[in-house]
Write a protein that binds this ligand. Structure first.
Ligand SMILES: [Zn+2]
Length: 292
């Protein structure tokens, strides 16, 4: 089937997890940096989430929200009306407590049974808070393995969105089956792509907030994808907390926080106005793709 008349689809996804979270040696769950303090903080996440959802309303954009269940519970306990704020958006799962399933940093890989226990609990918590089904999953640190995929299949998830794949002649942004895990689970992968100098970059916007990238890098990449990946999905990802604290948990100066917001606003407004680009929720894209 030809995709020539199709737009490039763009998804705005949020990984809603604790401020400056990090995996910790010897334990499954993540803590906020500096991890020595043993704390889980959500102040910056709360502020960033409220701000981003405001912007999405202003730009009339429906997004996909990957909630870490613990963070969702903490936000609700903090008085945030998450179901109302998330109404127009897709609610997906980003684990229970940001577990390091593979044990890459913790040094303690999780058994399939404990992965199943924690994702089951996460799904239950989210479905109870939001009163709707969660179809999508993104793993903490975007790391999955056979055990995680087995669990996602058993729990009835429709898609995973943790894998990172290079956009190019081999892959044009379309969903694919996770065959390498012998699974029927669909993958909505995160893209990597070369910048204008040929250097590899990802679609996570944190590099802007850390001063490593500029907004135009992402706009240029979208414009290129618009030519080469018609009908495909280009997924952007944002951690709400990263608007206000850096990856070590240090608060940005107010001036930089304002700039971070301006960068995000600029990107959203450019994407919204771009000809041949349609912004869509990940679940809506999947429905569209399955029907076509
Ligand atoms: Zn995360």
């Amino acid at each position: 089937m030809t995709k020539i008349n199709e737009p490039l689809y763009v998804a705005i996804s949020l990984d809603i997890d604790p401020d400056a979270n990090n995996a910790v040696k010897g334990r499954y769950d993540a803590l906020s940096s500096p991890v020595e303090q043993g704390a889980v903080r959500i102040e910056a996440c709360k502020r960033g989430l409220q701000k981003i959802l405001e912007l999405l309303d202003i730009f009339d954009i429906n997004a996909t929200l990957f909630y870490e269940a613990r963070t969702a519970q903490m936000l609700v306990a903090d008085g945030v009306d998450l179901p109302k704020l998330s109404e127009r958006h897709e609610v997906s799962c980003h684990s229970l407590k940001h577990e390091d399933y593979l044990g890459k940093v913790s040094g303690v890989p999780m058994e399939e049974a404990s992965i199943e226990e924690s994702i089951t609990k996460a799904k239950e918590i989210l479905e109870k808070i939001f009163g709707r089904e969660t179809r999508g999953f993104r793993a903490p640190y975007t790391r999955i393995n056979q055990a995680v995929v087995n669990v996602l299949e058993r729990l009835g998830f429709q898609y995973d969105s943790s894998e990172t794949v290079a956009l190019g002649t081999e892959w044009k942004g379309c969903p694919f089956l996770l065959e390498k895990f012998d699974a029927d689970l669909l993958e909505l992968a995160l893209p990597t792509f070369p910048d204008s100098k040929g250097k590899k970059m990802s679609s996570y916007l944190w590099a802007i907030f850390e001063g490593r990238r500029v907004s135009s890098d992402y706009i240029d990449a979208t414009l290129r994808a618009r030519e080469t990946a018609k009908g495909g999905l280009f997924i952007f990802s944002i951690h709400p907390w990263h608007l206000y604290v850096d990856c070590r948990g240090k608060p940005f100066h107010e001036e930089q926080a304002t700039q971070n917001l301006e960068h995000l606003e600029y990107i959203l407004s450019r994407l919204k106005q771009m000809q041949g680009v349609q912004i869509i929720r990940q679940d809506a894209y999947l429905d569209h793709w399955l029907l076509s």
